[in-house]
Design a protein around this ligand. Structure first.
Ligand code: ARG
Ligand code: ZN
Ligand code: CA
Length: 241
């Protein structure tokens, strides 16, 4: 498929203090990173090792910020139970999920940096959620997750990607042929090569668990899997005009 897909974004900022009420500049820094990572224009793409260079893909998706909704809340922590997605529970309702990526930025606590809903699930909770200090690269951000890669990773899930190690040992798959099987997640900033399951791990893939500065590619197989959700009969077909 030769076409670029454009995805409008609604950002819901749900905050309990001034830090969490992140600036427009911080939001913009995140949109810029998504656009770079999904068009293979990220500056760190030159770090992809030779072995994986032919597999690094330009996903040909761009994102544009359509609207920011800000909601002040008494609640200090939201967890991962989707309550931030409903104004009836003090959050902010989803906006036109059939054509827009909704991103809720709120403190979800220690459990995760962010989480995503896979395609084909309830429209009322469709989108991704990220804690403010892991969103974007400017402002209220916290190293080593301060380069906006949590959103890149979560949008990967939102477009049907699994973790690169398949969430299991060597026999568990991520349903992508060109990503080598891996035995477990990688953390921190592993030095290439990391061997598991008799192949070198693609630890620099956005769908591993490494630090933000140590992930810089999607594969061609992941591109096909993501773009398939927009195809005729696919769960996100309605995004294509
Ligand atoms: N732990 C989160 C998840 O599985 C996101 C991990 C993102 N990694 C990163 N370097 N920002 O959804
Ligand atoms: Zn994940
Ligand atoms: Ca694979």
């Amino acid at each position: 498929d030769l076409n670029t897909i454009s995805i409008p974004i609604i950002v819901h900022v749900i905050y309990n203090n001034e830090n969490e009420n992140i600036s427009d500049t911080q939001i913009k820094s995140q949109i810029d990173i998504l656009n770079q990572d999904f068009t293979k224009t990220n500056l760190d793409r030159d770090q992809v090792p030779q072995e994986f260079l032919p597999l690094a893909a330009n996903i040909q998706i761009n994102f544009n910020l359509e609207k920011v909704i800000r909601v002040s809340s008494e609640r200090t922590e939201w967890g991962t139970g989707d309550e931030m997605k409903f104004s009836s529970s003090g959050g902010s309702n989803v906006v036109t999920p059939q054509s827009h990526l909704n991103i809720w930025v709120c403190n979800i606590g220690e459990e995760a940096l962010g989480y995503a809903q896979f395609p084909g699930d309830n429209p009322l909770t469709d989108g991704i959620v990220i804690s403010p200090q892991y969103f974007g690269s400017e402002g209220y951000v916290l190293s080593p997750f301060d380069r906006g890669r949590t959103a890149t990773h979560e949008v990967g899930h939102w477009l049907n990607l699994r973790h690169i190690w398949g969430d299991g040992r060597c026999m568990k798959d991520d349903y992508v042929d060109d990503t080598p099987s891996a035995d477990q997640p990688n953390y921190g900033c592993p030095e290439y090569p990391v061997l598991s399951c008799n192949t070198n791990d693609m630890s620099m893939n956005y769908m591993d668990y490494v630090d933000d500065t140590c992930m810089y590619m999607f594969s061609k197989g992941q591109k096909d899997r993501m773009r398939a959700v927009f195809a005729e009969g696919g769960p996100r077909q309605s995004f294509i005009k």
